[in-house]
Design a protein around this ligand. Structure first.
Ligand code: FES
Length: 77
């Protein structure tokens, strides 16, 4: 256990386990999540987790993922 637990978009206070049913029922891709919820549109640090959630259905992450290269603010960190 690393002590890391990432379960939400912090900027929008939106839990991944509440986002996933929306993603599945509406067949959203990452760009849809961003435009419809605002998640991933502020600091962008949740983008790699959103992308992984969409791909795998995982809603809890115990490891840090690399910043998403499609979001410039995240790559400046
Ligand atoms: S944590 Fe999702 S945009 Fe900042």
């Amino acid at each position: 256990m690393t002590g890391v637990l990432i379960t939400r978009c912090v900027c929008r206070n939106f839990p991944f386990d509440e986002l996933l049913p929306l993603v599945r029922s509406r067949q959203w891709v990452l760009e849809d999540v961003v435009s419809q919820t605002g998640c991933g549109d502020e600091c962008g640090l949740c983008r790699p987790y959103l992308r992984a959630m969409i791909d795998t259905g995982q809603t809890e992450f115990h490891h840090l993922l690399p910043a998403d290269p499609t979001h410039s603010e995240a790559t400046d960190l």
